[in-house]
Ligand binder design. Structure first.
Ligand code: AMP
Ligand code: MG
Length: 373
């Protein structure tokens, strides 16, 4: 049965609500009904966010949906590097104040930047949020690239190197006690795109758990986090993993690369098909190798599973950038699981990843229509 949900919050753009009756065990042999609701919104992190949960009724679901939307919007505004938001000291303000005096910031900013500094060390610089000036050059070229021309200008190495004078995360100065942040050099700029969405989804899920939600999932443009199994008798949710490039190469086939069967934790994908422009027959995508300052070329996509979504987000970007042996070692060191799609379309996965996956041929997946929500 499908029907429209009224409204959750003024800013929440509703797409659809699916409502199913389900049985939920009570431990004493009796059962009460849990119903499945979904909502989607588009106003955070430049991506579609969907939230699905089993709750006793629509009112309860609306309360949880508001928690998700409020937290995602709050963190979106704080982490936005392109716009100021009234009354907030966000990442843009920190960038604008580079080389000046420390700014008082929300604890979530100091927290994310601490994590980013650790990630810089942990990944040997592969994930580097101080690459802002370099990423801006690529971002501007992408924005200016004429649609479908296939012949957009690309940045010169000299230009990129000139932008990369101060790109050490150790120059992000954080005072946790007073909750202040300063970028040491005037030409430093942050871009937290590699971790911000994963962090925001993680925080939203923590709030949902604290509020008592037992069964649900958030999918923020390929950043998926699960709370418990679905309350409809199944042991796990079916999570679709997008196939990089399949649309372009074989338009008739499904865009599903895989289905993951998950009842907890996060699954995050980094892919070369998400943001790019083409020039001279080559694709220039949005994940930049700090060693070359050009788009990383080792793989087409990486999907990482880890209990924590912030960690999974950082690892998926890192495992995309790093050479295969270092990527595998990093994934193993964190006890994470991963699936890589290589440049020639081969799929490589860790055993733990495969244990929860149905690596299906895309045509089969299209028939089964297996992914949700
Ligand atoms: P993700 O989709 O999580 O892999 O993150 C990609 C986004 O992170 C890009 O759109 C950039 O904003 C940013 N980014 C790209 N390359 C890097 C890098 N090597 N280190 C840190 N951030 C990056
Ligand atoms: Mg990432």
């Amino acid at each position: 049965m499908n029907r429209r949900l009224g409204h959750i919050a003024a800013t929440l753009a509703l797409v659809a609500l699916a409502l199913f009756a389900a049985r939920m065990g009570n431990g004493d042999g009796s059962a009460r009904e849990a119903k499945k609701f979904s909502v989607e919104f588009f106003d955070t992190f430049d991506t579609l966010v969907s939230f699905t949960a089993f709750t006793k009724d629509e009112i309860e679901f609306e309360g949880y949906a508001r928690v998700v939307h409020d937290e995602m919007l709050r963190l979106h505004r704080l982490f936005d590097i392109y716009h100021d938001h009234d009354g907030l000291v966000g990442m843009k303000a920190i960038n604008d104040a580079a080389g000046g005096v420390p700014l008082s910031v929300d604890a979530s900013i100091a927290d994310l930047l601490e994590i980013a500094k650790d990630a810089y060390e942990d990944t040997g610089g592969a994930v580097n949020v101080t690459l802002g000036p370099v990423l801006k050059i690529w971002h501007d070229h992408r924005d200016r690239a004429p649609a479908n021309s296939g012949d957009a200008p690309i940045p010169s190495l000299e230009e990129l190197q000139a932008a990369a004078t101060h790109v050490s995360a150790s120059d992000i100065l954080i005072d946790r006690e007073h909750s202040t942040v300063l970028l040491r050099h005037a030409d430093m700029r942050l871009d937290v795109g590699a971790a911000a969405k994963g962090y925001a989804v993680q925080k939203a899920v923590e709030l949902l758990r604290d509020a008592g939600l037992k069964s649900g999932l958030i999918n923020a443009g390929g950043n998926v986090v699960i709370i418990g199994p679905p309350l409809d008798g199944r042991e796990s949710w079916n999570i679709g993993v997008r196939a990089p490039d399949l649309e372009e190469l074989r338009p008739a086939e499904s865009k599903l690369l895989d289905v993951l069967y998950l009842s907890d934790g996060a699954a995050v994908t980094s892919g070369s098909d998400q943001r790019y422009f083409t020039s001279g027959g080559r694709r220039y995508h949005h994940i930049i190798d700090p060693e070359t300052l050009f788009p990383a070329e080792n793989v087409r996509s990486v999907t990482v599973r880890h209990p924590n979504s912030t960690v999974a987000d950082i690892l998926s970007t890192a495992a995309f950038v790093l050479p295969p042996d270092r990527a595998r070692a990093l994934i193993a060191r964190h006890g994470a699981e991963a699936l890589w799609v290589t440049g020639d379309g081969k799929k490589l996965a860790t055993p733990g990843y495969l244990a929860r996956s149905q690596l299906v041929r895309s045509a089969d997946a299209a028939k089964g229509g297996a992914a949700e929500p």
